[in-house]
Write a protein that binds this ligand. Structure first.
Ligand SMILES: NC(=O)c1ccc[n+]([C@@H]2O[C@H](COP(=O)([O-])OP(=O)(O)OC[C@H]3O[C@@H](n4cnc5c(N)ncnc54)[C@H](O)[C@@H]3O)[C@@H](O)[C@H]2O)c1
Ligand SMILES: O=C(O)C[C@H](O)C(=O)O
Length: 311
C-alpha cells in the first residue's frame, strides 16, 4: 500500500506521522511545493521510526509528482490555513487553485487513487475535486465531520466528567462555524442518551463550543489546529486501507440523500477499501432537517462562488 500526503505543513505532516506510526502503508510520500520542507520532515519522521519500531518507507518530495506514482490513497492538505478572526470560507480564492492543480497533478500518476480532501473550505474543496477530476463519487471523501465529532465528544466528556471512550456523538452538515450540526439528540454515554445526564442549557453550550471548536483553537494558537485534524485524517485513511467499514461523518456527494443533490456535505458513511461505500440514512427530526437544509444552502452559496473564480 502507498499513501501520499500533499502539503507538508502542520496538518499534512501530523497526518503523515500518524499514518506511519500506525503502519498503514509500506510507503508514505509527503509532497509540498516548498523546497526542502517535505524532504526534511520526511527524513525526521524516518529517524523517529528507528526509535518507535516502525517499518515504513517515508519519502519527502518537493513537487516531484512522479514520486507519488501509484498511490492508493492521497490526502490533500495543501493550502492556506485561516488566521484568527477569519472564516474558513475566506480561503476559497487561494485554496481552490491549489486543490485543483494538486488534484490534476496527482491524477497523472495515480489514476486509481482514493482522495481525502482536508484543505478548507473543505466542503467546497471536496466538490471542486470531484467535479474537476471526474472521478467516481466514492473516491472523493472530505474530512471534517470526524474532527468535529472528536471535538463534540471532547466537550461532552468535559461536561460529563467522563471518558470520551464511553461516548458516541456525531456532527453532520458542513464543516463551517455556522454550518455544522452536532446531533445532541443522538449522543450517548455508554448507550444512554446524554440528555439523561445533562440539562438542555449545558447541551446547547456543548454544541455551541463544538461549532466554534476550530475558531477557538485558531484564536489561541494564531493559526488553525493540526493534532486532531491530522489524527482524524489518519483514522479515515486507516478505515480505507484496512477495509474496516467504519461509519464516520464525511463530506460526500449527495444525489437526493437527506433531501439534497449536487452538493458535497457531511453525512454518516461506511468507509472501506472502495472509499465511501454507502451512505447511512436515518430520519432527522424537523429541527435537524431544517439545520441540514440551511447548512446545504450556505455550502451551495460557496460552490456558486467557486464558479465565479478563474481556475
Ligand atoms: N478539514 C479539516 O478538518 C481541516 C482541519 C485543519 C486544517 N484544515 C485546512 O488544511 C489546510 C492546511 O492547514 P495547515 O495548518 O497544515 O497549513 P500549513 O500552512 O501549515 O501547511 C500548508 C502547506 O501546503 C503547502 N502548499 C501550498 N500550496 C501547495 C501546492 N500547490 N502544492 C503542494 N503544497 C502546497 C504549503 O507550502 C504548506 O507547507 C488549510 O486549508 C486548513 O484550513 C482543514
Ligand atoms: O478551524 C480551521 O480553520 C481549521 C479546521 O477546519 C479545524 O476545524 O480545525
Amino acid at each position: 500500500m502507498k499513501i501520499t500526503v500533499v502539503g507538508a505543513g502542520a496538518v499534512g505532516a501530523t497526518c503523515a506521522d500518524n499514518i506511519a506510526r500506525r503502519e498503514l502503508a509500506e510507503e508514505v510520500v509527503l509532497l509540498d511545493i516548498k523546497e526542502g520542507l517535505s524532504e526534511g520532515k520526511g527524513l525526521d519522521m524516518l529517524q523517529a521510526s528507528t526509535l518507535l519500531d516502525c517499518d515504513v518507507k517515508i519519502t519527502g518530495s518537493s513537487n516531484k509528482y512522479e514520486l507519488t506514482a501509484n498511490s492508493d490513497v492521497v490526502v490533500i492538505t495543501s493550502g492556506l490555513p485561516r488566521k484568527p478572526g477569519m472564516t474558513r470560507e475566506e480561503l476559497i480564492g487561494t485554496n481552490a487553485n491549489i486543490v485543483k492543480g494538486v488534484t490534476e497533478n496527482i491524477l497523472k500518476y495515480s489514476p486509481d487513487a482514493i482522495f481525502v480532501i482536508i484543505s478548507n473550505p473543505m466542503d467546497t474543496m471536496t466538490y471542486l475535486a470531484l467535479k474537476s477530476s471526474g472521478l467516481p463519487k466514492n473516491r472523493i471523501i472530505g474530512m471534517g465531520g470526524i474532527l468535529d465529532s472528536a471535538r463534540f465528544k471532547t466537550y461532552l466528556s468535559l461536561a460529563l466528567d467522563c471518558s470520551p471512550n464511553d461516548l458516541q456523538g456525531t456532527v453532520i452538515g458542513g464543516h463551517g462555524d455556522t454550518t455544522m450540526i452536532p446531533l445532541t439528540r443522538l449522543a450517548t454515554y455508554s448507550g444512554v442518551p446524554v440528555s439523561q445526564f445533562l440539562d438542555a442549557e449545558t447541551l446547547q453550550k456543548v454544541a455551541a463550543d463544538t461549532m466554534v471548536g476550530g475558531a477557538t483553537l485558531t484564536k489561541l494558537i494564531g493559526t488553525s489546529a493540526w493534532y486532531a485534524p491530522g489524527a482524524a485524517g489518519a483514522i479515515l485513511v486507516e478505515s480505507i486501507v484496512r477495509d474496516q467499514k467504519r461509519v464516520f461523518p464525511c463530506c460526500v456527494y449527495l444525489e437526493g440523500e437527506y433531501g439534497q443533490s449536487d452538493i458535497c456535505l457531511g453525512v454518516p458513511v461506511v468507509i472501506g477499501r472502495n472509499g465511501w461505500e454507502k451512505i447511512v440514512n436515518f430520519e432527522l427530526n424537523d429541527d435537524e432537517k431544517a439545520a441540514f437544509n440551511k447548512s446545504a444552502d450556505a455550502v451551495r452559496n460557496m460552490n456558486d462562488v467557486l464558479k465565479t473564480l478563474e481556475l
